[in-house]
Design a protein around this ligand. Structure first.
Ligand code: ADP
Length: 579
């Protein structure tokens, strides 16, 4: 509990005055709450002794109303402030988490499952909120209230009776601490199971087309049912214990009632106490149920909150493995790979091995090779997606390790294999590359990416909605929208990572001719399976197991005896490419 509060001390110190006010209001409201039972006791005694007059009755009545209303207002204000802060901190933490998600490099997403990350942004945030809101209210209310009532019972009514009546309470504390520990253990298991279920739900939704085409709906449903049942079982185990808290509290406090009434009667008989005092005493005992019950839950809520905060902090404290030191700016687009070697954090072998390539500004580089030969890995080094390997990668005379990631990416247009489009209009998807682009620039990007004929066929043209809410686009159309998106940026370096795989040969040629014309001064890198896409390139490299196996222009490569030539022959004779 202290751990939890300590970790969030930055928030408390930012809002010192507010929390001070909350504590003051809490203490005052607790004192106010002990007044009505006193009034009731006094009234009974006044009636008993026959001293009650109409005047006193009115006075007591008005006092009663005044106390109840002001207690209500006080409680309302500090509850409101605490609950408000709980939502405030939840939103601050969620924003920080999102910012972190947006900056972390791909290797983080390889280590963490999406379902679990989503659980952190939702379920864990709720636990933190509960600990900050309900938890702190309980802590403040229960502890100050408990203390106030016990002190008032002992010093305004009867010390001895208070002592005996409270004897059963330590028993309750022991049981609650024990129960709390068991609950916390079961809660962790249930959260784990929730993560698994979350991941499964995500997979079912993402893979729904595949599942249908393989007619695996029933098997998938059965497997998901198993996971839901597991979560339900574990959750019910927690709830079973949780549900014990209140009846147990009531049971133990009932023991106190028996003592209070029994021994209270004796004290009244002996003339040590009045009937009114016994009644007041019992009302106080009744008021103890809530803070006692709350104390038991408090342990539980704070522990859950702390566990969740730890999970969230773990992400927040993740250092990006791609360090950003420099702030130099790339002005032109000369690229030199000098003996670049690299292996993925999760890989046991070299995924790039001594790659050396020199590109002048305006050059077109073609990268070909079998699947898994390292083509995408090479591009990822250029984009600074992973930590740098050995050797040096120099852009515009500056080593990439000294380049600022954001600045670098602003100068690169990258079209990846997966064409990720947002559920927005075609126009918005293209303008994503450069939101400030003029209509002319938009038209040019559309023309160069050969998207114009497709747009003419779409009912709403550029205003056509993409994705879930709109039309289903073909793979080729998606690719060309992605290409237009990268072209509108007019980047110093343009990279196509198998970005032409779904367009037909004629359109491919058209796009390549357009790009050659438009990007005379700027560097273009084309990664491809189809040799036709790089035939025109100034330099072509053939990768094999992360190494450069061949390099040269198309004409040079077809003359030498290697993979490129064989592949080209296959292609020319109309055969399919073989990997
Ligand atoms: P290509 O683009 O030529 O098909 P890649 O560059 O994607 O090939 O992959 C090169 C090699 O690196 C492959 O052996 C692949 O299994 C491995 N690899 C790719 N991505 C990762 C990763 N994130 N972690 C570990 N190994 C990877």
């Amino acid at each position: 509990m202290i751990d939890f509060i300590y970790k969030l001390k930055w928030y408390f110190s930012e809002h010192k005055m507010k929390y001070l006010l909350i504590v003051v209001l809490a203490v005052i409201s607790n004192f106010m709450e002990v007044i009505p039972p006193q009034l009731i006791g006094r009234t009974i005694d006044l009636i008993n002794t026959g001293d009650m007059t109409i005047g006193t009755m009115w006075l007591i009545f008005l006092l009663f109303i005044a106390v109840i209303i002001s207690t209500y207002l006080l409680l309302y204000s500090w509850f409101y402030m605490l609950f408000g802060s709980a939502y405030d901190i939840e939103s601050i933490l969620r924003m920080r988490l999102m910012q972190k998600f947006l900056t972390l490099s791909p290797s983080f997403y390889e280590r963490n499952k999406t379902g679990d990350l989503m659980a952190k942004a939702t379920n864990d945030m709720r636990s933190i909120n509960r600990a900050m809101g309900f938890g702190l209210i309980t802590l403040l209310d229960a502890s100050t209230f408990l203390l106030t009532i016990i002190l008032v019972m002992a010093f305004t009514i009867n010390l001895e009776l208070t002592f005996y009546a409270l004897l059963p309470l330590p028993l309750l504390i022991i049981i609650e601490v024990y129960l709390g520990r068991m609950i916390s253990k079961r809660h962790t298991e249930s959260q784990k199971s929730f993560g698994v279920m979350n991941d499964a739900a995500l997979e079912v939704v993402e893979g729904v087309r595949l599942t249908r085409s393989y007619v695996q709906e029933e098997a998938e449903a059965a497997s998901f049912k198993g996971k839901t049942k597991d979560y339900l079982d574990r959750f019910m185990k927690v709830e079973k214990l949780d549900a014990l808290f209140q009846p147990l509290t009531i049971f133990v406090v009932s023991l106190s009632f028996i003592i209070a009434f029994g021994y209270g009667a004796v004290l009244v008989n002996e003339g040590e106490m009045t009937v009114g005092e016994v009644v007041t005493f019992n009302i106080y005992l009744n008021m103890l149920i809530w803070p006692m019950f709350a104390m038991g839950m408090l342990f539980n809520i704070m522990q859950r909150g702390n566990a969740s905060l730890n999970r969230v902090e773990e992400v927040l404290q993740t250092e990006d493995d791609v360090v950003d030191t420099g702030d130099s700016i790339v002005e032109s687009s000369e690229i030199d790979f000098e003996h670049v070697s690299f292996s993925y954090p999760a890989s046991s072998r070299q995924n790039l091995d001594g790659v050396t390539i020199h590109l002048k500004a305006g050059d077109t580089l073609g990268i070909v090779g079998k699947t898994g030969s390292g083509k995408t890995t090479l591009i990822r080094q250029l984009l600074k997606m992973y930590p740098a390997g050995t050797g040096s990668l120099i852009i515009d005379g500056i080593n990439i390790t000294r380049l600022n990631k954001k600045e670098l990416r602003q100068r690169i247009g990258y079209v990846s294999q997966e064409n990720i489009l947002f559920s927005r209009t075609v126009k918005d998807n293209i303008l994503f590359g450069n939101p400030g682009a003029s209509d002319d620039e938009l038209d040019r990007a559309i023309e160069v990416s050969a998207l114009d004929s497709d747009l003419a066929l779409m009912q709403k043209g550029l205003q056509t909605m993409v994705g879930e809410k709109g039309v289903a686009l073909s793979g080729g159309q998606k690719q060309r929208i992605s290409i237009a998106r990268s072209l509108i940026k007019d980047p110093e370096i343009l990279i196509f990572d198998d970005a032409l795989s779904a367009v037909d040969a004629k359109t491919e040629q058209q796009i390549i001719d357009n790009i050659k014309r438009e990007r005379k001064e700027k560097t273009t890198i084309i990664v491809t399976h189809r040799l036709s896409a790089v035939r025109h390139a100034d330099v072509i490299v053939v990768l094999e197991d992360g190494r450069i196996a061949e390099t040269g222009s198309h004409d040079e490569l077809v003359k030498s005896d290697g993979w490129y030539r064989r592949q080209n022959q296959y292609y020319e004779t109309g055969g399919e490419e073989n990997d």
